[in-house]
Design a protein around this ligand. Structure first.
Ligand SMILES: [Ca+2]
Ligand SMILES: [Ca+2]
Length: 468
């Protein structure tokens, strides 16, 4: 056994080799000994784990890359080095000679989060000569290590903790646009970022290199509503450099993600008929005035709005751009009494901007609609049509005060009378007086506020199938 002592060592040496004059014969010697280090050439590495993490999906193996913190002391407790004081982890490969032999062995089998004391004799540390500075020759070394991070350069991403929604009719493919929430942390649990804290989803195209490679891969094949944990090794994350402050170099990243919705820019409105009435002879078409109920929500079930809350229908003219294009699609060719489930991609809904405080940007919308009532529209381009034969002497009939010109009030009274008597029809869903005003202006060629017989005829001649 080799024993190293200090304190009185120089005196001790002196006494051993220069007894002569200094120590009188037959003296009783007293040695005050402080044991500093002790080891045996047979000694190997000793590892003592004093903290075991609650979970450990993987342990350090040869050729793994690790990031750890340590305090290095001599056997007497003298601190010679600490990664903590440098405020950065020690990052290295294990088991392939990048470390002193004792550490190469002592780190094997560790879990992330584990704390252990690794003790090694000088033969597995810095040997006879020490490291030339703080570690003396023949010193045993004691490392108090906490493992923060572990991966292998051969690693791909791993997907764990999958939570699948009850139904999943479609999974993401490259080129889809995904909106998701995430919590990002390092392997040791250190939190670095969350979309929840910003209160908005992270939105991106997948499979196009817009996000780190590991996330690009982890977002492929997911369902709306799915949750999963994606663990990403640094070569598929932020590499050896990290991101500066938040993500250290060579860090493994753990993302807990929740898919809110996704769509593809080529998506059309998805229409599912949930109830079809037995009788349906007049399906809706462009120009029809429709009255319907809707429940609107986001893909994650967040309710946006419902006409049932107001106890009145929403009424629009089909094809008149009064609702988003996806809703126009969804209301076409529909029967009174029919119910449908619509999924509307954002480019046919409220787009990238959404609606402040109601619809997030790029959100997929879900509508459950019910057509309650429908009034057939006029043929395309018409705002008024005659149901009967047109009177051959319209102008005279309109000019009730017989002053040879038709004033706005005469015109309006006349048209309204035709409508009320069922002889003519105005396009449904619009303000009748605005339509009539437009018709009047159209006839009043010189814009003097009255229609002469000449203006009347001229208009009729050049556009025989116009409103009048
Ligand atoms: Ca008149
Ligand atoms: Ca005129």
């Amino acid at each position: 056994m080799y024993i190293f002592i200090s304190g009185s060592i120089s005196l001790f040496t002196l006494l051993l080799f220069s007894p002569g004059d200094i120590i009188p014969p037959d003296s009783i010697l007293h040695f005050d000994v402080l044991l500093l280090d002790v080891w045996n050439p047979e000694d190997g590495v000793q590892s003592n784990t004093y903290h075991t993490p609650s979970t450990c999906s993987r342990k350090v193996e040869v050729s793994d890359y690790v990031r750890y913190h340590y305090n290095g002391t001599l056997l007497d407790g003298t601190l010679f080095d600490s990664s903590h004081t440098r405020l950065r982890t020690y990052d290295t490969y294990v088991g392939i000679g990048w470390l002193i032999a004792g550490m190469d062995q002592g780190l094997l089998g560790m879990c992330v989060g584990e704390k252990r004391i690794i003790t090694m004799p000088p033969s597995l540390g810095y040997g006879e000569n020490g490291d030339g500075s703080d570690i003396p020759g023949q010193a045993s070394l004691v490392f108090d290590v906490v493992l923060l991070d572990l991966h292998n350069p051969r690693d791909g991403i791993t997907v764990t903790n999958q939570f699948m929604p009850e139904s999943c009719t479609r999974k993401t493919v490259a080129g889809d646009f995904v909106r998701y929430h995430y919590n990002g942390s390092l392997l040791d649990g250190t939190f670095f970022d969350s979309s929840y804290s910003r209160n908005r989803t992270y939105d991106t195209y997948v499979g196009r290199g817009y996000v780190i490679a590991g996330m690009d891969e982890g977002l492929i094949g997911v369902c709306v509503g799915e949750k999963r944990t994606v663990t990403i090794p640094p070569h598929l994350g932020y590499g050896e450099e990290g991101t500066g402050s938040k993500i250290p170099g060579s860090a493994v990243l753990v993302f807990d993600i929740h898919i809110i919705d996704f769509h593809n820019p080529s998506d059309k409105t998805e229409i599912t008929v949930t109830h079809k009435p037995e009788e349906c002879d007049k399906p809706t078409k462009k120009g029809d005035f429709v009255k319907y109920h809707y429940n609107a929500s986001l893909m994650d079930g967040t309710s946006i709005d419902s006409t049932y809350n107001y106890a009145k229908t929403y009424n629009i003219v089909l094809g008149a751009n009064q609702v988003v294009p996806g809703m126009e699609d969804g209301l076409m060719d529909m029967c009174v009494g029919e119910k449908r489930h619509l999924v509307i991609p954002p480019h046919l809904g409220y787009g990238e901007r959404g609606v402040t405080d109601e619809v997030p940007g790029s959100a997929v919308l879900v509508f459950d609609i019910e057509l309650v009532e429908m009034e057939e529209g006029l043929p395309e381009g018409y705002m008024f049509i005659w149901n009967d034969e047109v009177s051959p002497d319209l102008f005279t009939e309109m000019d009730t005060d017989q002053n040879k010109q038709v004033e706005p009030s005469e015109f309006t009274d006349y048209i309204m009378r035709q409508v009320n008597e069922g002889k003519g029809r105005l396009a449904p869903g619009f303000d009748p007086y605005r339509i009539i005003d437009n018709m009047f202006s159209n006839q009043d060629r010189d814009g003097d506020g009255k229609i002469t017989e000449a203006e009347f005829k001229l208009k009729a001649d050049e556009a025989p199938h116009d409103e009048l």
